[in-house]
Ligand binder design. Structure first.
Ligand SMILES: [Zn+2]
Length: 992
């Protein structure tokens, strides 16, 4: 059958669109995801970062939400009263600048809307108003979330520009300010020169958070009246400078900078302006004019030559580089290149007789003959200064010196200090002596969504949140130490962010959002108004919305919300009667809202993508630590990786952005959900492809078919009076095993692992069970199969909810599987022996196949010999000793056993066998070993005899004779004395 015709059958039997529509309607009519305070039931409050509605969701957005939904559904089945709400984040400038681009007829943006997202022209033209954009995509995203089957309580939906939300944010900010955590002052920020606004992750192309880095500008004197400044991250190396580098192929300017005449690149001059320096350009000059001349080093009172180097980048620092050839591979290599460059030497009339000055010692790179830079350049076999390996060599040396370096004792001021200490000391020294200053640059290339490269701007009168406050940091550490982080391996990233976080700009002059309550010129920015809003979900359903027209009699009006309301509800301050009066609501309603908060808060789980670790998620920790009491601190953060499309990052230029709703329409939500969740473990990037989606859809179809052909079993009663066969016990036990494994994987959100077992491993079990029954001419349509299918569908339902609801109905249930109980392990069905039974049968079949393959025999008679009872006795003793971890040493064990009356004669005669059995045990998994210690007795004759019909059908034809003997049996047929080779779990085989 061709792939296409298989597809057609799938689609004929399962209409994904119809199933989706059917269950969405039923869920909504029965309001099964609406959560209310139930004091007797345990709650689970789960939130995920709300979306920013400036485009429809594409496949890449879906992963975080799908994982959160699966988590919510799992907890609901585990018996929790789950609240999973959703809001929409309108705050900030991107939507505003998008509307401006529409106004100015930006063809690129309009084409994206038309071609990728298929938005009608008429709607696009309405996008000149920012709120129309937000509203349109808000509805679009919400519809997509419904179509994906997210189990959201939509009654609590809000936007961040709702009047009541602004009241809430104002309260948050007055609170932070009262605690001294907000201040105004000069502050460097990432900045878009075009928009005249600070930028953070939400505003940049590729969602890159600008990282600021502080440099020291060292000023060298040039011809008395000029300053040549160089920017460095390593001021401690100033004692090792031998020369400066200038790029002879670029232009420099003489600029008046705060009354000094500086020689720098034009690009550098521009950057200094944003740092509030007074900069005016006097004249231009070519780099080559400076080559061969000398500058004066004000610290060491020495003259240093200026040499040419092409690695100097006009955009980097000042466009002039100080050269420390003993400790910088670039500088060292540029000197080597220059010595060989006869043309340049002649042209500038120079000689290069520089000796690198060593100033730092590390154990790795210090030798007597050469400097660290020389050593590492040689070890990387670097050709010249354009060699890309120089970057790697530099990183390696810098990192080694940073972590392990000590300044040589003879160095002034900083001798014997660690590099880290020397760096701070020299920075202060240079600034205090007036021979330098500090400056900022962006560490990473950041481009604003408007297309303009960003810079660092020193903002004056900027409002910022002081995440550098030491007491606050301590609280943040305390919070995170008491919180679960999934996966645990990302905890260190959080700790690092808390470490380096300092002041952060929290307000802007434009964009959508809440005005700073005490300074109305400013608007609170999007990473500041999105950190404690999880609490707002517990209020939002009680507040009359701007759009509410009817039925809102017993809701609060946004205009009546004051700080006293929030203080009462969220912090338990003030008298309820007074607050109720002020808020113009009844005391009962006020107390209900307070109770809702007490019941649902804290957040039990916060989901987000990994890109939000350095900002949103850490701010979420800080702000909760500042505002709420410890019992209301969040309990868990879940972080997931991003989504690649067929191995590539999704981007407009690659044309691989697939709108989520289009994908749902084509493939159905369940297959897309499963592909997102099954293709990678949580922190890895998942690689999405439609081939995978199709593969998963076929798998669902297979499951559907296997269940529908056995439809009758679902009316079977639980009465187990039928004769119970070994394979039935095994199946029943396997189900317990799968429940236990899957549950512990889902608890840690190792969803890929869970789905692997539900979708694939369970099939292996089903096939084996079928084989065993078939060999006995028995039907599998029984209560064990029923339990298998019911368990499988329940385990699958958090991940593929539409499909599982449909099957659940086919199974004859009148309830929702979304509300069913998660399967629990029934220990009485856990039969340890059954696993070894079935494995013994499988292994024996494999062994016989191996023998017949090697000997090319067509067997007429097969004899299988199981080990003697003495060997079992020995096995048990060995296993116990090895499992109790005392020893697996042959000599030690033998010494012990020769004194053991039960087995001493036997082991003396069979030392080789003891060795083999030790190896047998060690080659088993820990799980198997542990299981076997719990089994009192094991009789291999029983399973092998039970499977005789299967052995015959698997190996030969009906004429084949299979005989099974114990080694102990006196009337066994053993013409070749094979039975003595039998070992426990490794029967001997003889074929005629
Ligand atoms: Zn911009």
């Amino acid at each position: 059958m061709t792939e296409n015709s298989v597809e057609k059958i799938h689609n004929a039997e399962i209409n994904w669109a119809t199933i989706g529509k059917k269950w969405r309607k039923k869920w909504s009519e029965n309001r099964i995801f609406e959560s209310e305070t139930q004091s007797l039931k345990k709650k689970y409050f789960l939130t995920v970062a709300y979306p920013y509605p400036n485009s429809p969701q594409h496949v890449g957005h879906g992963r975080t939400y799908t994982l959160a939904d699966a988590h919510a559904r799992y907890k609901r089945m585990k018996g929790y009263n789950v609240l999973f709400p959703m809001g929409f984040h309108y705050t900030g400038t991107p939507i505003v600048s998008m509307s401006q681009r529409i106004k100015s007829n930006d063809t690129e943006l309009i084409e994206t809307f038309e071609q990728i997202y298929k938005i009608p022209e008429k709607i696009i033209s309405s996008f000149q108003e920012p709120e129309k954009i937000a509203r349109f995509f808000h509805e679009e995203i919400k519809q997509g979330m419904k179509e994906m089957g997210y189990s959201i309580d939509w009654r609590r939906e809000f936007t961040t520009i709702d009047k009541a939300y602004s009241k809430f944010i104002s309260w948050q900010f007055r609170n932070l300010r009262k605690k001294g955590l907000i201040a105004q002052g000069s502050h460097p920020v990432g900045w878009c020169p075009q928009d005249q606004n600070p930028v953070s992750q939400h505003d940049t192309i590729g969602d890159i958070e600008p990282e600021l880095i502080e440099y020291v500008l060292v000023k060298f004197k040039f011809e008395e009246q000029y300053i040549i400044p160089t920017a460095t991250l390593r001021p401690e190396t100033i004692f090792g400078i031998t020369n400066l580098w200038i790029n002879p192929h670029i232009n420099y300017v003489i600029a008046l900078v705060n009354d000094e005449k500086w020689i720098i690149t034009k690009e550098a001059a521009k950057k200094l302006e944003f740092l509030n320096m007074n900069v005016s350009i006097i004249s231009e000059m070519h780099g080559s004019n400076l080559i061969g001349k000398y500058v004066f080093d004000q610290l060491r009172k020495e003259h240093l030559p200026i040499y040419p180097a092409t690695f100097v980048d006009p955009n980097n620092g000042t466009g002039i580089v100080m050269s420390v050839p003993a400790h910088s591979p670039y500088d060292y290599q540029a000197l080597v290149d220059l010595r060989k460059d006869v043309d340049s030497l002649r042209k500038y009339n120079m000689t290069v007789d520089i000796v690198p000055i060593r100033i730092i010692h590390t154990d790795t790179f210090s030798s007597n003959e050469s400097s660290p830079a020389e050593s590492i350049v040689n070890s990387y076999s670097i050709k010249d200064q354009s060699d890309p390996k120089l970057e790697e060599a530099t990183n390696k040396l810098y990192s080694d010196e940073f972590h392990n370096g000590i300044l040589l004792p003879e160095i002034e001021v900083i001798g014997n200090l660690s590099v880290l200490k020397a760096r701070d000391t020299m920075r202060e020294e240079i600034i205090n002596k007036g021979i330098g200053t500090s400056t900022y640059e962006l560490k990473n290339a950041v481009i604003c969504r408007c297309g303009t490269p960003c810079v660092v701007k020193l903002l004056t009168n900027q409002w910022f949140i002081n995440y550098g406050d030491e007491k606050w940091k301590k609280l943040a550490y305390e919070l995170i130490d008491n919180m679960e982080i999934l996966p645990e391996e990302i905890r260190q990233e959080f700790t690092n962010v808390i470490d380096w976080l300092k002041e952060r700009a929290c307000a802007r002059k434009s964009g959508l959002g809440t005005k700073l309550p005490w300074d109305n010129e400013w608007i609170i920015e999007s990473l500041a108004d999105s950190v404690i809003y999880m609490a707002y979900y517990l209020l939002s359903n009680h507040i009359r919305n701007d759009s509410d027209t009817q039925n809102s009699g017993n809701k609060i009006c946004a205009d009546d919300l004051g700080d006293s309301f929030f203080d009462y509800v969220l912090l338990g301050k003030n008298d309820s009667h007074l607050v109720a009066k002020e808020s113009k609501i009844s005391v009962q309603l006020l107390e209900k809202i307070r109770n809702d908060f007490l019941y649902y808060y804290p957040v039990d789980s916060r989901h987000s993508g990994r890109d939000l670790v350095p900002n949103h998620l850490t701010f979420f920790i800080f702000n909760h630590a500042a505002i709420f009491t410890k019992d209301k601190w969040p309990r868990q953060i879940v972080v997931n990786g991003s989504v690649l499309m067929e191995g590539k990052k999704m981007s407009k230029s690659l044309g691989n952005i697939i709108p989520l709703r289009h994908a749902i329409e084509e493939y159905g939500a369940d297959s897309i959900r499963l592909t997102m969740l099954a293709s990678a473990e949580i922190l890895q990037d998942s690689d999405f492809s439609f081939d995978l989606v199709k593969g998963i859809r076929s798998k669902l179809f297979e499951i559907y078919r296997s269940i529908t052909i056995h439809k009758d079993i679902f009316t079977l009663s639980e009465n187990r009076t039928d004769h119970i066969e070994l394979e039935d016990l095994w199946m029943s036990s396997r189900i317990q095993h799968i429940i236990s494994d899957t549950t512990s994987a889902v608890e840690k959100l190792r969803i890929r692992e869970a789905l692997h077992s539900i979708l694939y491993l369970m099939d292996n079990d089903l096939q084996w069970y079928q084989k065993r029954k078939l060999a006995k001419n028995k039907s599998i349509s029984n209560i064990y199969l029923k339990e298998f299918f019911e368990t499988r569908i329940k385990l699958l339902s958090p991940f593929a909810p539409f499909f599982c609801e449909e099957i659940w109905e086919i199974m004859g249930n009148n309830s929702f599987i979304s509300l069913a109980s998660w399967p629990e392990v029934d220990d009485s069905k856990n039969k340890l022996k059954t696993e070894d039974n079935e494995r013994l049968i499988q292994d024996t079949i494999i062994d016989i196949h191996k023998i017949t393959k090697v000997t090319k025999m067509i067997p007429k008679k097969i004899m299988i010999y199981t080990a003697s009872s003495m060997k079992y006795k020995l096995y048990k003793k060995l296993l116990n000793r090895i499992e109790s971890q005392s020893t697996a040493n042959f000599g030690v064990l033998m010494k012990e056993f020769v004194n053991d009356n039960e087995i001493k004669d036997f082991v003396k005669q069979n030392p080789e066998l003891v060795k083999k059995m030790i190896d047998d045990i060690l080659s088993e998994s820990l799980e198997v070993r542990c299981r076997r210690t719990k089994i009192d007795s094991f009789d291999e004759l029983i399973p092998l005899q039970d499977a005789r019909s299967l052995l015959i059908s698997e190996i030969g034809n009906d004429q084949l004779e299979v005989n099974i003997f114990s080694e102990d049996s006196s009337d066994k047929y053993d013409p070749k004395q094979k039975s003595k080779y039998a070992r426990p779990f490794k029967p001997a085989i003889f074929i005629e």
